[in-house]
Design a protein around this ligand. Structure first.
Ligand code: HEC
Length: 184
């Protein structure tokens, strides 16, 4: 194709698209409506990821005493058993050791999870399994406190909030190789 034919083709394409965009209609005269910018308000409900260091933890707080009641009221016991010690689904409170069992080891919150903040993140986004995203932030803090206290990772009565939760050190914290430490 010669230079002039190429530029003609480009010109034709450009002028066609500028017509299409100018009145926001497709070739049949229907409104296209593509490319609406998403607003901050639309993004906010999806922006719930808590980073390992606690970044993005919401305001609110809770204790294990409140969490223990919620664990029954919100139906957690139906799957995780009385006191979280295991039912039709895994135990969230248990002393099963990781060492010495190789790849078959049962991985639990206490023996495996590297960040306490992930307990909050996971409960808030995924539990109860049958009704995710129904818990308030205070309820999630309380349930997190219940699980951490039951696993003897915090002293009895410790209030969990955006400041105290990231300070809870998980036993297997150093058992992971972080590929991009500067990104955490
Ligand atoms: C209908 C059953 C069901 C109910 C009710 C339920 N869970 Fe779960 N839970 C699960 C399943 C299934 C998993 C495993 C999910 C996975 O691995 O993706 C899980 C995993 C978890 C974990 C991660 C455990 C681990 O070691 O990986 C936590 C923490 C947890 N649930 C907390 C709760 C809390 C708190 C409630 C109540 C608000 C609750 N769950 C209610 C089924 C349930």
């Amino acid at each position: 194709m010669s230079m002039s034919k190429v530029s003609l083709a480009v010109l034709a394409a450009l002028s066609l698209s500028s017509v299409a965009f100018a009145d926001d209609k497709n070739g049949l005269g229907h409104k296209v409506g593509l490319g609406q910018p998403i607003t901050e308000a639309d993004i906010k409900p999806w922006d719930i990821t808590i980073l390992p260091d606690g970044t993005n933890l919401p305001p609110g707080s809770g204790t294990a005493a409140v969490g223990a009641k919620l664990f029954t009221e919100k139906g957690c016991i139906a799957c995780h058993g009385e006191g979280g010690t295991g039912g039709s689904n895994g135990a969230v409170i248990t002393d099963i050791p990781l060492a010495g069992r190789g790849i078959e080891a049962t991985k639990t919150i206490k023996n495996f999870w590297s960040n306490s903040t992930t307990v909050f993140d996971f409960i808030r986004r995924a539990m109860p399994w049958n009704a995710p995203r129904t818990l308030t932030d205070n309820e999630v803090y309380a349930l997190t406190a219940f699980i951490l206290e039951g696993n003897k990772l915090i002293p009895p009565g410790t209030v969990m909030d955006a400041k105290s939760l990231p300070q809870v050190k998980m036993p297997n914290k150093d058992g992971f190789i972080i590929k991009f430490p500067d990104r955490i």
